[in-house]
Design a protein around this ligand. Structure first.
Ligand code: 48H
Length: 257
């Protein structure tokens, strides 16, 4: 039977429309598909929650593909190896409490299992604002990344979530929007963004986990974003804190939602 080009177009438009409609009102919405966001989405989906993840770029994986300085190997510590084990990702012991893993295997392995667990990933979509009511974050305002990049004057659309997770990495984009536009006081020492500190790998890893939590009603942070918001040093190409922080926020939300 000949392939009908119009049937192909109809198939894509119909299934995508259904997928998007089904995930316009969810338990959790995650912004950013780096390691922290993807791991968070995996555990939430595995627990039966309806979760959508919005990623600005064509591919998920964030800063993980490039390992350290484009050498595509990552490092995790003993505690975080358990998360990679959960995804079936192979690790090699380098020295005590220092495992390496192939960055490409990490990203693809996490992505595959997360999507199969039920996480719905919408790539090429950027979150440009939040929906807030009575000082609570209730959803996200979305636009195509292509619109953002071309600086086109096209209005966005909105989706609703019981809880939002900012996993946008160093930029902490969602929290910055909340701080700038909503008048909500953040649950930080100053009520504002504290900012990321300079490199200290050991403290940075501990801080990432400690800082991964709710930052205001309806909004949690994980990964590098957590240190940008609550104040904590950077840690370089060790990714254990990112994986553990995604898992921690998921575990908190599983109980809450
Ligand atoms: C949609 C968005 C938006 C938006 C951003 O940077 P990431 O990899 O974040 P983490 O926290 O999972 O991992 C951090 C790690 O990669 C890292 O940078 C480390 C360990 N650095 C240490 C150091 O010392 O430098 O991923 C964030 C993702 C990216 O894919 C962005 O494209 C995406 O979020 N994103 N998606 N709407 N507004 N903003």
């Amino acid at each position: 039977m000949r392939i009908d080009e119009i049937k192909v177009s109809k198939a894509i438009l119909t299934t995508f429309q259904k997928k998007f409609l089904d995930f316009l009102d969810v338990d959790a919405a995650i912004v950013g598909g780096g390691p922290a966001g993807m791991v968070c989405g995996y555990y939430l989906a595995k627990a039966g929650k309806r979760v959508a993840l919005f990623e600005r770029k064509l591919s998920v994986g964030g800063g993980m593909w490039g390992g350290g300085m484009m050498f595509n190997e990552i490092v995790v510590q003993h505690q975080a190896k358990a998360v990679l084990d959960e995804f079936g990702i192979r690790t090699e012991l380098f020295e005590e409490n220092c495992y390496t893993a192939d960055a490409v295997e990490c990203v693809s392995g996490i992505c595959f299992k997360a999507v199969q667990a039920g996480l719905k990933v919408f790539n090429l979509m950027s979150v440009e604002d939040v929906m807030a009511r009575n000082k609570k974050i209730r959803g996200l305002v979305l636009n195509w990344t292509a619109v953002e990049m071309a600086n086109l004057h096209v209005d966005p659309m909105t989706m609703r979530a019981k809880h939002v997770v900012d996993a946008t990495g160093h930029a902490a984009e969602v929290v910055r929007i909340v701080e700038r536009k909503s008048g909500i006081r953040l649950k930080t020492k100053t009520g504002k963004m504290m900012g990321e500190g300079s490199m200290c790998a050991h403290e940075g890893e501990l801080a990432t986990l400690r800082n991964s939590k709710e930052v205001c009603d309806g909004l949690s942070v994980c990964g590098m974003c957590a240190n940008a918001v609550f104040g904590g040093p950077r840690m370089g190409p060790i990714f254990g804190g990112m994986l553990l922080s995604g898992r921690k926020v998921a575990q908190e939300l599983i109980k809450k939602i």
